[in-house]
Design a protein around this ligand. Structure first.
Ligand code: ATP
Ligand code: MG
Length: 356
């Protein structure tokens, strides 16, 4: 059996702290499951690296990463480096170069975690956010600067192939997981060029993918309200880059917060490595204190293993996380306890051992 090669980029702040716990879980899995062969390499690309070298990662970084099966990423962000540098010189080049056009986020309620929603119903759906085009484009600019008619234009670029690929990925997931409904976020009543195009190709793609899949298209303004009022009605949500970004953060908020939310930047064809990372940032306010919640990072590792053909280990990790939360003894500060980052990692490892 060939080893899964994982490139590990811990990044900044709590990224480094929570990554240690993910690696602890990975070690524990390897000790328990001799069939799991993993090779990890740690890359120190971060804001510290930028301060030393004047760049976030070396010139050959993408070529190096390309030789790996997957990337496990921590978090990036530091007061010494402008935000647009950390994003555009590290995260974006990786996402674009490796055609990680799907941003995947599970939104799942967990035992013992208070949701800000009052109704307490179980929430369990996933979001497929288009990750490579759409509203986040550098096409546009400013005109008539310093004149009264000064203005800006920001273009949205959507391609038929781009829409087909993200919607296909959502449909494939639905079919593999026994889901029957796809919800598409739109605003074609007001954004009449790009969003009508989105609607048209979304509905064609869903129909082509499976006659058994039902498609509902909901205007984004109504959809955010439904996320709060009846989140239990969703199964698979597919959205453009901007709408998906907003829905993903809202999704993580309704199930109890950033410390618990994993994400994946996927290249579904597996032509290139996919990247797995917690939704949260480097959290400078709590960095260095050893109190960050490592669950989002550990769950991101679980998604990685699932994507690499080990859904059994993905489920094992998620079950171990769920069991620790259900017991409610070990809790970090963000979820109302006093446990340290390391104690949470240890508790999850212990649950993995108990279950093997
Ligand atoms: P970035 O720009 O890097 O996304 P941010 O300030 O927008 O940074 P985060 O770094 O995610 O966002 O932090 C937002 C808040 O959530 C902070 O108060 C932080 O302490 C808290 N937080 C984020 N992640 C965790 C975690 N894993 N455990 C506990 N608290 C966390
Ligand atoms: Mg942020």
């Amino acid at each position: 059996m060939t080893a899964i090669k994982i490139a590990v980029i811990p990044g900044d702040g709590i990224g480094k702290e929570v990554m240690q716990e993910a690696l602890k879980v990975l070690n524990c899995l390897q000790e328990q499951h001799s069939s799991l062969q993993i090779e990890t390499t740690i890359f120190p690309w971060s804001s510290d690296y930028y301060v030393q070298h004047g760049c976030m990662m070396p010139n050959d970084a993408l070529a190096t990463l390309q030789t790996y099966d997957a990337i496990l990423f921590g978090a990036i962000g530091d007061a010494r480096v402008p935000d647009d540098v950390t994003v555009w010189e590290l995260i974006m080049p990786i996402r674009k170069h490796f055609q990680q056009y799907v941003n995947f986020r599970p939104i799942k309620s967990l035992p013992g975690i208070a949701s800000p929603l009052a109704n307490g119903k179980e929430i369990d759906f996933v979001i497929f956010r288009e990750n490579a085009e759409g509203e986040y484009s550098d096409s546009g600019g400013r005109l008539y600067q310093q004149q009264p008619q000064e203005m800006t234009i920001q273009n949205t670029i959507m391609t038929r192939i781009g829409i087909e690929k993200i919607v296909h990925a959502a449909c494939d997931y639905a079919k593999q997981h026994g889901k029957t409904k796809i919800t598409s976020a739109t605003k074609s009543n007001a954004i009449i060029h790009s969003m009508k195009f989105w609607d048209e190709h979304t509905s064609k793609t869903v129909a082509q993918s499976s006659p058994a899949l039902q498609l509902e298209s909901i205007y984004i303004d109504a959809l955010v309200a439904y996320f709060v009022e009846r989140p239990q009605n969703f199964e698979v949500v597919v959205a453009s880059n901007l709408f998906g970004d907003i829905l993903s953060d809202l999704g993580s908020a309704i199930v109890g917060g950033l410390g618990l939310s994993p994400s994946a930047n996927l290249n579904p064809e597996k032509d290139f490595p996919s990247m797995f990372e917690p939704v949260h940032g480097s959290a400078p306010d709590i960095a260095g204190k050893g109190i960050a919640n490592p669950i989002a990072q550990i769950w991101s590792l679980a998604l990685l293993l699932g994507h690499q053909g080990r859904p059994d280990l993905e489920q094992l990790i998620v079950k171990a996380i769920t069991a620790v939360l259900q017991e409610g003894v070990v809790k970090t500060a963000d979820i109302g306890g006093q446990a340290t980052t390391a104690q949470m990692g240890d508790a999850i490892c212990q649950e993995i051992i108990n279950r093997t």
